[in-house]
Design a protein around this ligand. Sequence first.
Ligand code: SD4
Length: 329
Amino acid sequence: MKSRRKFLQKSLVSSSLLIPMSWQAESFGVGRNREKHKPLILSTWNHGMPANDKAWEVLGNSGSILDAVEEGVKVTELDLTNLSVGLQGLPDREGIATLDASIMKGDGSCGSVAFVRQIKHPISLARKVMENTPHVMLAGEGARQYAISEGFPVEKEELSPGAEKAYLEWKKTSEYKPIINIENHDTIGMIGLDANGKMAGSCTTSGLAYKMHGRVGDSPIIGAGLYVDDEVGAATATGLGESIIRICGSFLIVELMRQGRTPQEACEEAVKRLIAKNKNIENIQAGFLALNKDGEYGAYAVQPGFNFARHHRGGKSLVDAGSKFKGNG
Ligand code: SD4
């Protein structure tokens, strides 16, 4: 899924964030990237482009990087063409869509929900957990009940047409065989830095297609799918959650940056660590995205095909990340 799709030029107008939005697709190799941008919004995969558009607009209007990363990924949660985020996503092996999400601010505040059903915007529920409860994480029926108490609408439990078609097809064999980059790896993780150096991040997913009922991935686990620290930087992950949890991927990257690595070097080191700690690596895709407090950024994946959306004052683009393995073309 090496998308080099060109998107229409749009202009985003706000008082503080006037940017001429030229669209380009770029390649982002293993090199030592030292480019800096503040503000900067990054998110995983090509669905990150419309999500970042929204985040950028919200940042311009409200000035809040937290609002920006929440509203940005809500676009993906509603995107009916996306089968790996939101209630329209591919279900577990019982045919039920269950969602994971997390949100974090650079001051250490964080919230998440896991294995939640029937709630359209798990990212907003994660934010409520962060802001209105003494807890960090709510799961399953408890998370759903909490959503109801906060006034979230409860959606009918039915698969989207795309998910139902895929599920019925899968049921013919019920074989669990993730297809790298296509079927299972399109979580959106978004990390952002505002003009004053404040950071926030969000991550939301329907998780692995045809997972066991009750399975939770890395996305709602603070430190695995997402980590943000205003003193250092932020990181988010996509791909096979089990492989990312094993190395506390996002926390690892932030700690490597704290020790002086660039975001690019930290992402590459995390991929190296992940490869060392996981068997059957040829069947695993995982990708990381990071930025530091100066506005430098980096990305790296195990397999080719990972890309990310990048918005800053100078423009916006979809960038191909480098990867440890090169694939067969
Ligand atoms: C998970 N990390 O649940 C998620 C899936 C994913 O891109 O990232 N897809 O394991």
